[in-house]
Design a protein around this ligand. Structure first.
Ligand SMILES: [Zn+2]
Ligand SMILES: [Zn+2]
Length: 224
């Protein structure tokens, strides 16, 4: 498996999970589990899908470009044991979440040029899965650059570890936007994270800034 093959698998997994969650959100059977119905929703139709599909394609361009330019800092040719692989995965995702917390809290919510950029994502008050990609492309690129910078800072990592990190990042980002809280064992954590992010979307003045765990919001007093 090559580096770009691993990237293709991540996009394939995301391209399966996103429509599945969108279908679950739209299904009548799961309607009672929707975190919030949004009858007055403004982000609909071609306007929504143009941005969602456009950002999917743009993500592919940014990720492939960073892989080609930064391969030597991102992955090494060998394989790591499970202990090193787990350490790399957890440490890189936590570092990313920590730095993303500050990027989101201070740059996207307080610095006027990036606040205007981030307002696009907040136009969706109650998101469901495809809204993970309803973003300004600048926000999309900054998030991906930050993730790859974290991998390079603590890496290079094995190809397997790289695949796990970028896939986990993408799937978690889709899942927190799923708009569903299904009261079933195994789905509680997803519902918890989705509720927190739904609350974040309702205002530019709220909390819940971290994208992967609620840990940093708890630590810095911005958890809602
Ligand atoms: Zn925000
Ligand atoms: Zn969001």
């Amino acid at each position: 498996m090559s580096l770009l093959g691993t990237v293709a698998l991540m996009f394939l997994a995301s391209a399966v999970v996103m429509p599945l969650l969108a279908w679950a959100y739209a299904s009548r059977a799961l309607a009672p589990c929707r975190i919030k119905d949004d009858p007055g929703r403004k982000v609909v139709g071609p306007r929504r899908w143009f941005r969602v599909v456009g950002n999917g394609l743009f993500s592919a361009v940014v990720v492939v470009t960073m892989c080609i330019l930064g391969e030597r800092w991102l992955v090494h040719g060998g394989s790591d044991g499970w202990l090193v692989g787990t350490w790399h995965t957890v440490a890189i995702l936590l570092l990313y979440d920590f730095l993303y917390y500050f990027l989101h809290r201070f740059a996207f919510h307080q610095w006027p040029p990036l606040k205007r950029v981030h307002t696009v994502h907040h136009m969706v008050r109650h998101p469901n899965a495809p809204d993970a990609l309803f973003l300004h492309p600048v926000e999309n690129a900054l998030g991906l650059i930050l993730l790859f910078a974290c991998i390079a800072a603590l890496g290079p990592v094995s190809l397997v570890c790289f695949g796990v990190i970028i896939t986990a990042h993408s799937i978690i980002n889709i899942v927190v936007h799923c708009g569903l809280d299904v009261p079933m064992l195994g789905m509680r954590l997803i519902g918890f994270l989705a509720r927190k992010h739904d609350l974040h979307h309702t205002s530019m003045r709220g909390g819940n800034f971290a994208s992967i765990t609620p840990f940093w919001d708890r630590l810095f007093g911005t958890a809602e």
